[in-house]
Design a protein around this ligand. Structure first.
Ligand code: OGA
Ligand code: MN
Length: 292
């Protein structure tokens, strides 16, 4: 104890990359207890560097989950996805983004499952997601993350030049429109009008440039003729599918994933039905509009 007090900078967390591209597993920390400022600083640095961190065997309560998220900013709820009773800041996710899977829904939900960055329909899309698994299927239900800075870096120079100053429209109804009533859709679009974000986003903390379009919310690229805009968007969206940009996380009981939502896309693999999978997400609200 005395030694730890004398050397407060020793956070003693262990960070082990699990892919050469992005993603690291963190051990040597117990998320059921408050963290020291040094531990938070060490986790924060590892998170910015590796873009997504994974923790295992963290049997945290809902309070612990929310407390962990708050080390990184204010929390936000979600206009569509269900929440844990008593915890409006913790999303309760039973299947692909809130749509409960059944035999009848599966043939719609599986092809509708898509790569995305969370809530880019917001003026200030979220900074981070903290996902804990609550119920794990015996097999499957992995989550895949992709590094959007590497995707951007690998684009051909002519494409980089072309998209440098382009903006795209992000629309909540592209994702949720088809599964809510017409009334709810009208309410959502009044509350969340389409947002215009740069196609290339500069990360506010690392300064890295990221490709910032996604299959779920990006409706169209602005400022080009319609066909050219559609072809360019399709080309850019396709890049995230290359395994070279990805890390695939196999969940275990009480595992947690903590991603930088400004630096990544993710994909929850919907391959486990008829087994159940439940995850809970705390979302750290964005602090700025994306900028070039
Ligand atoms: C999310 C999400 C994927 C998964 O929580 O934002 O997309 O694997 N989750 O549950
Ligand atoms: Mn998501």
């Amino acid at each position: 104890m005395a030694r730890l007090q004398a050397v407060p900078s020793e956070a003693e967390i262990i960070v082990a990359p699990i892919s050469p591209v992005l993603g690291a597993e963190v051990s040597g920390v117990d998320l059921r207890a408050p963290l020291s400022p040094d531990q938070v600083a060490a986790i924060r640095a590892a998170w910015l560097k590796h873009k997504v961190l994974f923790f295992r065997d963290q049997d945290i309560s809902h309070e612990d989950h929310a407390r962990f998220g708050r080390y990184f900013g204010a929390l936000e709820g979600h206009p569509v996805t269900a929440t844990v009773p008593g915890f409006p800041e913790i999303l309760f996710i039973e299947a692909a983004d809130g749509m409960k899977v059944t035999d009848a829904v599966l043939p719609i939900a599986r092809p509708a499952n898509k790569w995305h960055t969370d809530v880019t329909f917001r003026e200030k899309p979220s900074t981070a997601g903290v996902l804990r698994i609550r119920k794990q299927p015996p097999l499957g239900g992995d989550t895949i993350f992709a590094d959007t800075a590497l995707i951007y870096a690998d684009l051909p120079p002519d494409v980089k030049a072309k998209i440098e100053n382009l903006d795209a429209e992000h629309d909540i109804l592209r994702s949720y429109g088809y599964r809510v009533s017409a009334e709810k859709a009208a309410e959502l679009s009044a509350k969340f009008p389409p947002q215009v974000h740069p196609v290339v986003r500069r990360h506010p903390e690392t300064g890295e440039r990221h490709l910032f379009v996604n299959h779920v919310f990006t409706a169209r690229i602005l400022g080009l003729e319609e066909k050219e805009a559609a072809d360019l968007l399709a080309y850019l969206l396709d890049r995230v599918k290359a395994p070279e940009y990805q890390v695939r996380f196999r969940w275990s009981e009480n595992a947690i994933a903590f991603w930088d939502n400004r630096a990544t896309q993710h994909y929850g693999v919907l391959d486990y039905w008829p087994h159940e999978r439940i995850v809970e997400r705390v979302t750290v609200a964005g602090e700025e509009r994306p900028s070039r």
